[in-house]
Design a protein around this ligand. Structure first.
Ligand code: SF4
Ligand code: SF4
Length: 93
């Protein structure tokens, strides 16, 4: 079973990139199953209380419905989706 793969290009959106995800959030708003999470980075900045370095992570790719709304709405073409077998397909009659 091929799993859905979703990747974010952090050179376009994230710490040090032109886009701070906190000022966009469009992928968060359009994704009905809420695949994405916006959170502070720990690996690039060890201080978890520093509010300046945030990024988007597709934490639940198995919930992706393959609608491609996130790709259409992202102003920096930072999201890639390779649709596979998702949980909603497995639940379908
Ligand atoms: S393709 Fe649709 S369901 Fe999948 S992550 Fe993007 S917006 Fe969410
Ligand atoms: S829509 Fe694109 S630019 Fe905006 S927060 Fe999501 S990944 Fe970043």
């Amino acid at each position: 079973m091929k799993k859905t793969k979703i990747t974010i290009d952090y050179s376009k959106c994230g710490p040090g990139a032109p886009q701070d995800p906190r000022e966009c959030r469009k992928c968060l708003y359009v994704c009905d199953p809420a695949v994405f999470l916006m959170h502070p980075t720990l690996e690039e900045h060890p201080d978890p209380w520093n509010p300046e370095r945030w990024k988007i992570t597709p934490v639940w790719p198995s919930m992706c419905m393959g609608c491609m709304k996130c790709i259409d709405v992202c102003p920096h073409q930072a999201i890639a989706v390779e649709p596979g077998q998702s949980l909603h397909m497995l639940r379908a009659p």
